[in-house]
Design a binder for this molecule. Sequence first.
Ligand SMILES: Cc1cc2nc3c(=O)[nH]c(=O)nc-3n(C[C@H](O)[C@H](O)[C@H](O)COP(=O)(O)O)c2cc1C
Length: 154
Amino acid sequence: MSIGNGSMSRILVLYYSQTGNTEKMANAIVEGARNVANTEVDIEYHVDVDDLNRFDAIVVGVATYHHDMPIDVKNLFEEAAKKGKSLKGKTGAAFGSYGWTGEAPKLVLEIMKNKFEMHVTEPPLLARYTPDQNTLNMCRELGKRVSETLIHQA
Ligand SMILES: Cc1cc2nc3c(=O)[nH]c(=O)nc-3n(C[C@H](O)[C@H](O)[C@H](O)COP(=O)(O)O)c2cc1C
């Protein structure tokens, strides 16, 4: 139950993970974000472009495959741009597991910042292969930081 008359902040954690590494990060981010009062967190591996405007913050988890972000994320941004969806001023963050180059989360942040004029947290949070305890703690911190940012905006 929420306390006081503050409105709920809504955070979307959208992630794509083939072997579970980025998924572990996503779960830790959700844990951190849910520890903050008046915060509602949705964790999804697919969203419709029309649902994006329901959220105050969009946190995207992408593993890097072939130096790129997953096609689903590309399509989501592509569609949002075509439909003229405004994400301006929303909070954005990106994270992901990688093996040797890890450019996918950086690409996501670039699009959020340059195309959609979102407020992004840089640099992205990366884990080499399976995230260790230290990285999972950084994920929890990121989740907490994103939800606290929203409180201060309200
Ligand atoms: C076919 C294939 C291509 C990959 N390409 C890249 C790459 O270009 N750059 C990189 O940093 N890691 C690359 N990786 C490593 C993955 O990013 C790494 O295994 C990561 O932990 C996968 O995360 P996930 O478990 O969330 O899917 C590749 C892995 C596979 C199997």
